[in-house]
Design a protein around this ligand. Structure first.
Ligand code: PFF
Length: 492
């Protein structure tokens, strides 16, 4: 290895449970709430679940363990961890940092939206309950969107600045159990609504949700196995926070005695379990409310920001004043999920500055690193916030004065653009290269010592097989699918 730097200044987790809650906090985010349940419904219910679980075990688990092992072995964040192994891999670390960075550009704005929704529901308890029209009003108001995004930035900045044990771990130790309790409350409320069973059918019964509304248009589809595989793969990857520098960084703060295979298994299981629970909370409520309004299931928006910020807000609106209380509980829950995810990636970017300083023999300043990260990020997030999902005339294609037809499947907004860059290219590409590097260039044996520390090494054979043969192929497939999907190439 070229270098091995451990400084006390980087910090470390105080306990294994604190690490686990933080890593689960990173994984459980908006992706679980607004992506998983809809994709499961649209892609054949249990069939999707089964494929998702296989991918989570053979790919998600293996890449998770690879990232944690890489971080812990080197004691460094992505860029310096790869560089420590060999200078020629350093740029793979940059892919992870850049991938995480571009996801953050819009995630911070969505986090800001959550804050706004907590506030308007709180006010709703005492007065008029807001409805789905709040969403349009919010995104077409750049000042408001930028303002709430700034508050979200401040919260994350304060947590990251507090350090690993003193900020990140402390937040997750309280936030994650609270999130779980709130989720149970919301589930109980949702399942006791009339017609809630239709929502459960949407999620679990294959073929029930083949006619869907996307971007206001009817899309009729019965997805094939390849397309289910593609959807499940992309979702699994994003949901586990892989390829975005968070897990390598959290691994670098982990105790040498901690059991990597067991921890990886727990994180993958918890993330999937909470995604299911989130589905059982939001889909039945949204469907029940839609049916009560005279809509059919295929007319209800059940995906993306529309589900979170307009469909569900209507649910709370129609509950009357009590809806404000449930609204506050629900949006605080989503806000916690967003914060715990965002701080993991902010940390993954900021640690690059921290490690860089200590590699140069300087005393690293966490405050400076976190502040610098947030300031650079803010320059991009302002664009996403002001753009308002493409409603304010500054979306990329409008901005560059190109015809919208330039890209077939293009939903012209900065959020989608940065999402393509991150989720579509940088992240899966980085993870594919990591799997190739560990499986073929270094060989799984390279990580054996690290994996055997704190575990009996029983998972070694399984991990080696997955990282060598399954991960590169599946990850390559995911890269192809993301590109095809976004440009409407229809390869799958
Ligand atoms: N695992 C997160 C989710 O499912 O929402 C993905 C994520 C996105 C994590 C953005 C962190 C982040 F900043």
């Amino acid at each position: 290895m070229d270098q091995q730097v451990h400084t006390n200044d980087r910090g470390s987790f105080g306990s294994n449970i604190g690490f686990l809650l933080s890593a689960i906090g990173s994984a459980v985010g908006l992706g679980n709430i607004w992506g998983f349940p809809y994709k499961m419904g649209k892609c054949g219910g249990f069939t999707f679940l089964l494929i998702y679980l296989c991918l989570a075990v053979f790919v998600g688990f293996a890449i998770m363990m690879g990232e944690l092992a890489l971080g812990r072995k080197t004691g460094l964040g992505p860029v310096n961890a790869y560089k420590a192994i060999s200078k020629k891999f350093k740029w793979v670390g940059w892919l992870a940092v850049a991938g995480g960075f571009f996801v953050l550009t819009f995630y911070m704005v969505l986090g800001g939206y959550c804050i706004y929704y907590v506030v308007i529901n709180l006010i709703g308890i005492f007065g008029n309950m807001p409805d789905s029209s709040s969403f349009g009003a919010m995104i077409t108001n750049p000042g408001l969107s930028i303002g709430v995004t700034a508050v979200f930035f401040l919260i994350c900045w304060a947590i990251n600045r507090g350090g690993v044990a003193g900020g990140i771990e402390k937040f997750n130790n309280i936030g994650m159990p609270a999130l779980f309790v709130m989720l149970i409350i919301v589930i109980i409320r949702a399942l006791t609504m009339p017609h809630a069973a239709e929502g459960l059918k949407f999620m679990f019964v294959p073929g029930y949700a083949t006619k869907m509304t996307e971007f206001g248009q009817f899309v009729e589809s019965t997805p094939g196995v390849l397309s289910i595989l593609a959807t499940a793969g992309g979702q699994m990857f994003f949901s586990l926070s892989l390829g975005m520098s968070a897990m390598i960084t959290y691994g670098s703060y982990l105790d040498k005695k901690a059991n990597l295979p067991k921890n990886s298994g727990i994180i993958v299981f918890a993330d999937t379990f909470i995604a299911m629970l989130a589905g059982i909370a939001v889909i039945p409520a949204a469907v029940a409310n839609g049916i009560a309004q005279g809509l059919t299931v295929d007319q209800i928006k059940l995906n993306g920001p529309g589900l979170l910020f307009s469909t569900l807000q209507d649910v709370f609106h129609n509950m009357g004043a009590i809806g404000g209380i449930f609204g506050v509980i629900f949006y605080v829950l989503v806000l916690i999920a967003a914060i715990s995810s965002a701080i993991s990636v902010i940390e993954g970017v900021a640690v690059t500055f921290i490690d860089h300083a200590s590699a140069k023999g300087k005393e690293p300043s966490r405050t400076r690193a976190v502040t610098l990260t947030c300031v650079i990020l803010a320059a991009f997030s302002i664009l996403v916030a002001a753009d308002g999902l493409g409603s304010n005339g500054i979306a990329p294609w409008q901005f560059f004065k190109l015809g919208e037809e330039a890209i077939a499947n293009w939903n012209d907004c900065w959020l989608d653009f940065f999402d393509l860059v991150a989720e579509g290219i940088l992240m899966p590409l980085g993870a594919m290269l990591m799997a190739c590097m560990m499986g073929w260039e270094l060989k799984p044996k390279f990580m054996e010592d690290e994996i055997k520390q704190g575990s009996n090494g029983g998972a070694m054979g399984f991990w080696g097989f997955c990282i060598k043969f399954i991960c590169p192929v599946v990850m390559f497939f995911i890269v192809l699918v993301q590109v095809s999907d976004f440009f409407g190439l229809g390869w799958f």
